[in-house]
Structure formats: C-alpha cells, structure tokens
Design a protein around this ligand. Structure first.
Ligand SMILES: [Zn+2]
Length: 262
C-alpha cells in the first residue's frame, strides 16, 4: 500500500528536531508521499530544505487567511521564488476563515490576489474554508475558468456543499475530521464524493484521527483515515489508498505540466 498525505505541516515548530523520524514512522505505515505546506518565512524556509532532503515530498505555500494583513509584495515575491523549485507544485493554503477576527474584505482581497497568482503560475490551489462556504464558493466560481484546479483541504461540509465544489472541478480532501463523532455531515459528504476526486490528509500537527485524538497528529496517521474511509465506503483500504494516491499525484502533476507549457 502507498498513501499520499495531501496536506501536512511537518515544517511547523512542533516537528523541529524530530523530522527524519517522522518521515520514517510515516513510511512504516505506508505513507510514502506528502504535500508539505508553508505559511510563513520560517516554515517556507524549512519546506525548501525538505524538498532537497526528501524526494517524495512536494511543496506548497500561501498566505493563510488568518495572516491576511501580512500579505504584501514581499510575500508574493517569496511565493514566486519558491515556485521555481521543480517540486513546488501548489499555491495554498489560501481561502477564507470567518472563525478568526480578520476583516472579511481583507481576506477576500488576499484570497483573490493569490488565486490570480496561481493562475499566472499555472499551479493548482489548496483551499482553506472555515465557516465561509458561500463566499469561498462564489470566489472560486468566479475564478474557475482560469484556475488549473485544486483541492478543498480538510473538507468539512455536508453532501450538498460537496456536490457544489465537485461541480466546480475541485477535489475534496478528507482529514481526521471524518472520523470524529460530531461530524456525521462530513461522513455524508465522503459517501457522495467519487473515489476519482477524493484525497486524504492529516493537516498534522492538528486534527488527529480517532482513536488517537490524545496524540499529536503526524503524516503516518493518514493511514487511519484511509482505513476509516475504506470501511465507510465498503472497499478494501488498499483500493482507497491507491485511488487517493493517484488523485494527489494527478493534482501535483497538473502544476508541473502547466509550468512546462508557460
Ligand atoms: Zn493546513
């Protein structure tokens, strides 16, 4: 079995000093590939070092909506420079977060600026959406013709929202949230998501899947989400692992193809 963790932050402070062991423990659970997302100068620098160290790690970066007030020309320049690396393939996570106190109009502006950048660079996007379904959908719908595509990271909506974002061409990535007792609507969404459009992720160090919620999350735990989703869908885990792996690879490769054409 080979599993792709399509959204992880092993470049976060929590993992400093433990990195080769984290990657090794993931491999022991068949989690061989990862998309690592940077969200500030420090984590972006660590990500670029990892891309040199680990051939099965791919890179993404973007300004998270919580940090929208910090997005400026320098931030954009940093993303453009990172995008020159052959295994930097995704802009994200970007999006809207109405749970945080940041002004909504500022969030919209920074989200749209980064969507436009992704369009220009020909890279897919990883979307963060918290309590902002309607506005996230409206903005993505507006940009959809120019976008390469992408993924709704840690999808946490119901079956209706799942269908809407699928219709926009987005992949839906399921995290440990799908295993939580309080998330029956996310399980309904996972039931109606075609296997050809499903991704899996940890969002480590957050969102540890059941029954390990007392532990810090790390990429290896994608394994438990794969096993859970496979039971939910009534298929062998190896089939769900293979399909989600191929889907993640396809998204990652879509960035490279576009970059070569430009
Ligand atoms: Zn994240």
């Amino acid at each position: 079995m080979q599993i792709f963790d399509s959204h992880t932050h092993i470049n976060a402070d929590q993992f400093v000093g433990d990195l080769p062991a984290v990657v090794e423990r993931a491999r022991a659970l068949d989690v061989t590939h990862m998309l690592v997302l940077g969200d500030n100068k420090r984590t972006n620098a660590r990500l670029m070092t990892m891309l040199e160290q680990f051939p099965h790690i791919f890179g993404a970066a973007g300004c998270h909506p919580e940090d929208a007030s910090q997005y400026d020309k320098e931030w954009e320049g940093m993303l453009r420079e990172m995008a020159l690396h052959p295994r930097f393939r995704v802009i994200g996570e970007i999006g809207l977060d109405y749970h945080c106190a940041v002004d909504h109009r500022l969030q919209w502006r920074v989200f749209e600026a980064q969507l436009t950048l992704a369009e220009e660079l020909g890279l897919p996007v990883s979307i963060h959406n918290r309590d902002a379904f309607a506005d996230t959908y409206a903005i993505l719908q507006d940009h959809q013709p120019a976008l390469v595509g992408g993924v709704m990271h840690s999808f946490n909506g119901d079956a209706q929202w799942a269908k809407k974002f699928l219709a926009l061409g987005f992949n839906l990535s399921y995290s440990g949230v799908v295993t939580f007792h309080g998330a029956p609507e996310v399980r309904e969404a996972a039931q109606v998501t075609p296997l050809s459009r499903m991704l899996v992720e940890t969002d480590a160090p957050y969102l540890t899947p059941m029954p390990y919620r007392d532990r810090m999350n790390e990429p290896g735990m994608t394994r438990y989400t794969v096993e859970y989703l496979a039971r939910l869908r009534g298929i062998p885990a190896v089939v769900l692992a293979r399909q989600t792996f191929n889907n993640a690879m396809r998204m990652i490769e879509s960035g490279k193809q576009q970059a070569n054409e430009n």
